[in-house]
Design a protein around this ligand. Structure first.
Ligand code: NI
Length: 159
């Protein structure tokens, strides 16, 4: 058995105690264990699923945070093969919402999202993935064959 100590600000601790009460947990520890099990299980299921995906990563950050905006831009350029497009919204004087559309191998997309979410100052990072079937090819896209690379379209998995 391991003991883990977590530092929380007052507001989050109060909110969490409210959640513990509403869900009927005996104590904070049981609630945290349950959330951890859910996160581990969700991760396992996702890794077992499709090898290709399209996805959206959205997060909020403070653009005054030292070097953060630059680091986030660097990360996107470093993975330009995955980043289809990104949208930047200036929420207020301090906060930005960035929403990044991604496409590629699921482990790569997930690793990119993990990297961004792990940046200090990035908050509310949320990744939404849709598994896609790489086997679906268009026959009526002759012009694409001129590009010198094979061209497959990513379609959502059925079911
Ligand atoms: Ni902004």
């Amino acid at each position: 058995m391991q003991r883990v100590t977590v530092s929380l600000d007052e507001a989050l601790a109060d909110e969490f105690d409210g959640l513990v009460a509403v869900r009927g947990y005996q104590n904070r520890s049981e609630a945290v264990r349950d959330l951890m099990r859910q996160a581990v299980e969700a991760r396992r299921i996702e890794e077992d699923s499709s090898k290709l995906c399209v996805g959206n990563l959205s997060y909020i950050y403070n653009h005054h945070e030292r070097d953060l905006a630059e680091r986030l831009t660097e990360a996107q350029h470093a993975h330009h093969d995955l980043v289809v497009s990104s949208m930047h919204i200036h929420l207020d004087h301090d906060n930005c919402l960035e929403s990044v559309m991604l496409k590629g191998p699921t482990p790569d997309v997930r690793a990119f999202a993990d990297q961004v979410r792990a940046e200090r100052g990035v908050r509310f990072g949320n990744l939404n993935l849709v598994s896609v079937d790489p086997g679906h090819r268009h026959k009526d896209h002759a012009p694409h064959s001129d590009h010198g690379h094979s061209h497959s379209h990513l379609s959502p998995k059925r079911g």
